[in-house]
Design a protein around this ligand. Sequence first.
Ligand code: FAQ
Length: 330
Amino acid sequence: MYAQMVKTDSTGVKSIDDMSEQEAAFQARIDRDEKIEPKEWMPDNYRKTLIRQISQHAHSEIVGQLPEGNWISRAPTLERKAILLAKVQDEAGHGLYLYCAAETLGISRDEMFDQLHSGKAKYSSIFNYPTLTWADIGAVGWLVDGAAIMNQVPLQRTSYGPYARAMVRICKEESFHQRQGFHIMMKMAKGTAAQKRMAQDALNRFWGPSLMMFGPSDKNSVHSAQSMAWKIKMNTNDELRQKFVDQTVPQAEYLGLTVPDDTLAWNEEKQGYDFADPDWDEFHAVLAGNGPCNKERLGARVTAWEDGKWFREGLLAHSKKRAAIASDAA
Ligand code: FAQ
C-alpha cells in the first residue's frame, strides 16, 4: 500500500486524499502490482515520466555502442572481435525494443531522435568517457553492464507492461555482456605485468563514472519519490549504488585489482561497504555537455542520422509504391 505511505508532501508526491477518483484507482492498480498497458488511462505525468526514462534509456543503448564500436576493428583476436561485434549489435537491439516501448506512449521515433540530436534528451553519463585501451572494453562489460543489470533487473517488475517485458530480454543479454567483460578483465589481470597495469588503469578510470550511472544521491534525486510511488523505478539511486559496490568489490579482489577508493571499508553493521561518493561536480559537468566525449558522441549520432537520410527516404518511397500497387489491385 505504497500510496498510503506517501502522505507527506515534501517529496512532491500527491497523497491519496489529494488524488482524483481516477488517479486513486490508478494508484490502487499500481499498488496491487497490476501492469499498465498502452491504451489504458494513465496520469499525464506518469506517461511523461515513462517517455523521459525509457527514451533516455534507449538513447543510452545506441550511444553506448560508440565507445565499444571503437574497438571492433582493434580487438586482439578474431574470437574477441566476433564477441564484441555481437555485443555491440545487441545494444542496437536493446535500443530498438526500448524505442518501441516508448512509442506505445504516443511519442514518435522521429521526435525522440530529434530530442537526442538537439541535446534536449539525456543519455547515460558513462558513455561520454573514452575507451583508451583494450582493458577498457573489459571494464565497460564488467562495470558498466554490471551497473546496468543492477538497475535493470528490478525494472523487469516495473508497472508499465511494454517496458517491463522489454527489460526481460535485455537483462538476459546484459548478463552475458557482463560476463564477457569480466572474462576480458580476468585475462588481463592474470596476464603479464603490463596487462595487469592496463586492467588496473581501466578500473581506476571507470570506477567513479560507473557509480554515477545510478544518478544523483537520493537527497538530490528529483524524480525518485514519484517514480517509485508509480513503480517506474523499483529502488532508489543510493540503494542500487550500494548493491553494485557490494557485488563488485569482491570481484575486484578476485581479479587482484584495487578499487580506487581509500575510504572503502566493510561495515559489519550495515552488512555492506562504506565507500566514497563519486565526483558530483564532474557528474554535473558531464550532464551539462562538458564531459570528455560529449561532443564526439552526439556528433557521431547526428552524422549517422544525416548519412541515413537517403535510406529512410528510399524505404518510404518503396512502401508508398507497394501501397499504391496493392490499392490498384484491390
Ligand atoms: N546520466 O531524479 P533523478 C545501458 C539525470 S545502461 C545522465 O535521479 P531518475 C546499457 C536524470 O535523467 C544506462 N543523466 O532521475 C549499456 C534527471 O534529469 P532529467 C542506461 C542522469 O530518472 C551498457 C536528473 O539527472 N540505463 O545503457 C544520470 O529518477 C554498455 C535527476 O536524476 C537507464 O537509463 C546519468 N547517469 O533516475 C549499453 C536505466 N543519472 O531527465 C551500451 C533506466 C541521473 O530530469 C553499452 N533509467 N540523470 O533532465 C533509470 O533508472 C533512471 O532514469 C536513472 C535516473 C537511475 C538513470
